[in-house]
Write a protein that binds this ligand. Structure first.
Ligand SMILES: [Mg+2]
Length: 277
């Protein structure tokens, strides 16, 4: 994970650079709105297959796409197809799934995760270790990743199992070109080349820096890779109920401040020529 800092972060109510940012969004030839899903657009729930977005989010994203010149892109650790189902937009927006390893284009074209045989072997061994430890029901399988979830889990021994797996998965990571990533409520082992930074760098390179506006909104430690990749090319936004050290320069408390941010972006997109914005 990237280094984080504890200074220079602004809240929604104390964001001095807000007016100049919204002017930039209003006047931009192209706008890039990059959004993590879980914890950012949708509240956490122990039932991961029912993590639906906050009310009003799908309508706002659809309106942003229809307003034109805003490329709405989801960047998630989940598979693209799962994000598309949970978000509920038809057609779905562009989605980079599996931490930037998988790409679902707006026309429905899916580019899958690319893995070496070595990485596949390592992930199989990691899953087998979790099964042997009795944690199989808490395991999530995704292309290029296995993840152990303990958010909402009732088993008292699961954290002990997780600590043991942490040690064993760490050893596997060194042999099989994998990387271990703790996240809020779990632990993930994934192919070392998979990172949200890849998606962000690819997207930023596709728009002209001088005449575009970009923002990345995320909540978790994996989003710090996205914040770092965006750098000075756009606005990094931490969306989280509780503040934590981060590279982001703006902190929004969901859902209300997130919705205000999206509404404000929509206003700027719709009235781009209005000098009062
Ligand atoms: Mg998240």
């Amino acid at each position: 994970m990237s280094d984080t800092r504890e200074r220079d972060i602004h809240t929604w109510g104390n964001w001095g650079q807000g007016p100049s940012f919204w002017r930039r969004v209003a006047k931009a030839d192209q706008r890039l709105l990059l959004l993590d899903y879980d914890g950012t657009l949708a509240p956490f729930t122990p039932e991961r297959d029912r993590a639906f977005p906050y009310p009003e989010v799908p309508e706002l994203l659809r309106a942003l796409q229809q307003a034109g010149r805003t490329r709405v892109v989801l960047v998630s650790g989940r598979e693209s197809s799962v994000v598309a189902r949970l978000l509920g937009l038809d057609p779905p927006p562009e989605i980079w799934g599996c931490h930037g390893g998988e790409h679902l284009a707006p026309d429905g074209t899916l580019t899958p995760v690319s893995l070496s045989d070595t990485q596949r072997d390592g992930l199989r061994q990691a899953a087998a270790l979790a099964d042997e430890a009795g944690a199989g029901t808490n395991l999530e399988y995704k292309p290029g990743c296995v993840a152990l979830h303990w958010r909402g889990a009732q088993e008292a021994g699961l954290r002990t199992t997780a600590n043991m797996l942490h040690e064993n998965w760490q050893k596997l990571s060194q042999t099989f070109a994998l990387a271990l990533h703790p996240f809020d409520g779990g632990l993930e082992l994934r192919a070392a080349h998979l990172s949200k930074a890849h998606a962000v760098k690819t997207l930023v390179a596709e728009v002209p820096a001088a005449t575009s506006a970009a923002a990345y909104l995320g909540d978790d430690r994996t989003d710090e890779d996205g914040f770092a990749a965006l750098g000075e090319c756009g606005l990094s936004v931490l969306v989280r109920k509780q503040w934590r050290p981060t590279l982001a320069s703006l902190w929004l408390v969901p859902p209300e401040e997130l919705l205000q941010f999206l509404r404000r972006w929509l206003q700027a997109a719709r009235h781009g020529d209005d000098e009062t914005i």
